[in-house]
Design a protein around this ligand. Structure first.
Ligand code: PGA
Length: 235
């Protein structure tokens, strides 16, 4: 299983340090071999000492090594902290930050070229889901335009926009239906994201094509994220 924590614009540098220590001890003490990712805010990035199966990644970056891009960070800043994982295509960047598919593809190609592990996010709005599974799939496949599905370090996160941050996850059968449709073309690990918490993680990881979760709000406190990992480990 893959458990990924997306801090978004939450948690300070001081708390992130404490978080990483507690998470690392939890993973070691419980012999957890599943893949755990943490995506902190930029100001909290650091060279954390942690188990090999815990990876710290970037929530975003500009597709350059360095240069004049006010407010952005590039490869040099990520390399300083040995960061090799990145989130691309998150719906908050697509909608709030107005990232176009073209920009997303540019970022994807740049970080693919640099050998990054890419968690590529897709997700449909409510009105599209309400039209039925065919409309949803059409919308989702469009979000793969220009994306190399054969990239060996690709992980795909399906996050219905209407389930993000609402406290109400998509229904088990809806997730199942979308993931099995995605599986026809996507051979990479498939994650689900959208109001994942310790109380619903079990039924989500039990879904046939689900290889893990991308967690927002319920990952911001370390105790809550550890509880999700504990309840979500298969077997
Ligand atoms: P959420 O966010 O868990 O708060 O719904 C998920 C995400 O945006 O990755």
């Amino acid at each position: 299983m893959i458990f990924a924590a997306n801090f978004k614009t939450n948690n300070t540098r001081a708390y992130t340090k404490e978080y990483m220590e507690i998470l690392n001890n939890f993973v070691k003490d419980n012999d957890i071999n599943d893949d755990v990712f943490v995506f902190p805010s930029f100001t909290a990035l650091d060279n954390f000492k942690s188990s090999d199966n815990i990876r710290v990644g970037a929530q975003n970056a500009y597709p350059v090594q360095n240069g004049s891009y006010t407010g952005e960070i590039g490869l040099d800043q990520l390399k300083e902290f040995k960061i090799n994982s990145i989130l691309i295509g998150h719906s908050e960047r697509r909608t709030i930050l107005k990232e176009s598919q073209e920009t997303i593809v540019e970022k994807f190609n740049y970080f693919k070229d640099k050998g990054f592990e890419i968690i590529y996010c897709i997700g449909e709005p409510k009105e599209i889901r309400d039209e039925g599974v065919n409309s949803a799939m059409e919308y989702l496949w469009d979000e793969f335009d220009g994306i190399d599905l054969g990239y060996e370090k690709l992980i795909v996160a399906y996050e219905p926009i209407w389930a993000i941050g609402t406290g109400v996850s998509a229904k088990r059968e809806d997730i199942d239906e979308i993931l099995s449709n995605l599986r026809v073309r996507v051979k990479s690990p498939l994650l689900y994201g959208g109001s994942v918490k310790s109380s619903n993680i079990k039924e989500i990881v039990d879904i046939k094509d689900c290889d893990g979760v991308l967690v927002g709000s319920a990952s911001w406190k370390v105790e809550s994220f550890c509880e999700i990992i504990k309840n979500g480990i298969k077997g």
